[in-house]
Each structure stands twice: as C-alpha cells, then as structure tokens.
Design a protein around this ligand. Sequence first.
Ligand SMILES: [Zn+2]
Ligand SMILES: [Zn+2]
Length: 286
Amino acid sequence: MRYEDWHTHNALCRHAIGSIEDYVKKAINFDLNVIGISDHFPYEYLRSELPSLEQIPYEEYAMPLYDLEIYFLELENLKEKYLDQISVRFAFEIDYFKHQDYVLNRYLKKYINKLDYILGSVHVLFGKAGTFAFDDGRFLNKYKEYSVNDEIYIEFYNSLQDMIKSPTFELDVVTHFDLPKKFDKKVKDKDNIMEKAIETLRLVKKNDLTVEINTSGLRKKAKEQYPNIDIIKHIYDLDIPILLGSDAHKPEEVAYEFKSITKMLKDIGFNRFAHFKKRRRSFIEI
Ligand SMILES: [Zn+2]
Ligand SMILES: [Zn+2]
C-alpha cells in the first residue's frame, strides 16, 4: 500500500515553511500515492462581516485573497509536472464561522469546481472568552477565563456540530477531531466530553462525511494523534470513513508517523482509507 497524505500547508499561509513544490517533492521521496495540498482558505473575506476577527492575527493564518489565483496556477503546474510520479490533489482547509456561509460561498464559488475535497475545521471560538484561536499558543491566557477546560471542548464540539449540520457549508472531511487537547489541557469530566464527541460523530455519520486521523498532535504537547484512541474506536463502531493527514507545516513533516498510526488503525479493525477526487469519495485497501 502506498500512503496518501491529505492535509498539508505551505508558505502561502504565512505560518508554514516551504513551497508547494517542496511538499510534492518530499511526498515523491516517500513514495506517496497522493499528496493533498490543503492550505488554509483566506479569512480576509470576513473582515467586514465579523468585526471581532480583528482580535486574531488572521493575516498570519491564511493566504490573502489575492494569492488564490497563484495557488491554483501553481497546483495545475505541479500536477502536470509530476503526473508520472504522484497524484497532486487540490483542496482547502476552511474554517467554519457561524452564519458566514453565504459570504464564504461568494468567494469560494470561483474555485469550488477545481477542488478534489474540502477539509472543514474549527480553530476559532466565539464563546465565553470572546474571539480567540484556541490552538494558537499566543492565546493561552484565554484558557484562564474558563472555569474548567471542559467548557472549551463543549464550545468546540458545538461549533463542529453547527459546521456539520449547516446545509450551506461545503465540506468532505472533518479535521483534528479533539483539537482542544493540543496544549495538553486536561478535562475534568471525561465521560461528559466523550459523550459530546460521540454525539458529534453521529452527525458525521448522518451526513456521510469522513473523519481525518491527524498525526500532528504527536508533534505537540499532547503527544497523541487527533483524535484519541477512544474516539477512533467509536469511529470504527459507527463505520465512519477515515483518512490520514499530517497537517505538515514543514516539508519534512509530510506523512509524519503514518506507518505507526496505520498499524494502530489496523489493530482496531480498519481495513480501508477514504480517497477523494473531484469531491467524490472512493476507498483504498490498507
Ligand atoms: Zn496551519
Ligand atoms: Zn491544517
């Protein structure tokens, strides 16, 4: 089996390093079958709609709107150039913001037919502590505004649920399913948070979406893939499709720990990974 990495970034988003080509070349080195280029969709379009966005450094989170054309030109070029060696798939990781689908889709419309898949993510909360990116270390002081970390998880899962349920938000894959654990902040009532995660997984199933097994958590303080093994077992029981993402922000992180994670997944019982082309899902045996 040749691995496929469905979640990578590059210098266009202003917080990753390396050109798209650097990631493609690394993937060829590792003999991957697919390299999914899934850089962050711009946040800029929300400026006038969501004034509280000014509280986060969104210009460091994603490419500006004027780079979108360059992104696709580069992707088309690399797809062609390395055709015999690897499949380059086109994607965006798009953040869900409640009630903003209409404006998002106005900007996405032009590119949506070029995409092979869309990663749907939640990185920004609009809850008890105001607007902040809970996975950005610069906002760690915001965690103190919650009486227990559990509240952050609840806000996160509520947001994920809104995203999954939204009839106007386009997505194929739900990313890093327990991202609030990034800084290894412990929860008080584990069972309650697990219940919330399972409730969210049922919605994933109902909407026939795919969940990403994201290995970047292994590089973070949490020292564990997203999501944790208990959630992965529920994903298996619910027969929800999965695929692998490294969330590489450096070329050398491509396919990070894919071998060990695949072994773990096979031990649980998984025997296939989802695969996307032009937003149609198929499967590869593992
Ligand atoms: Zn990123
Ligand atoms: Zn990402």
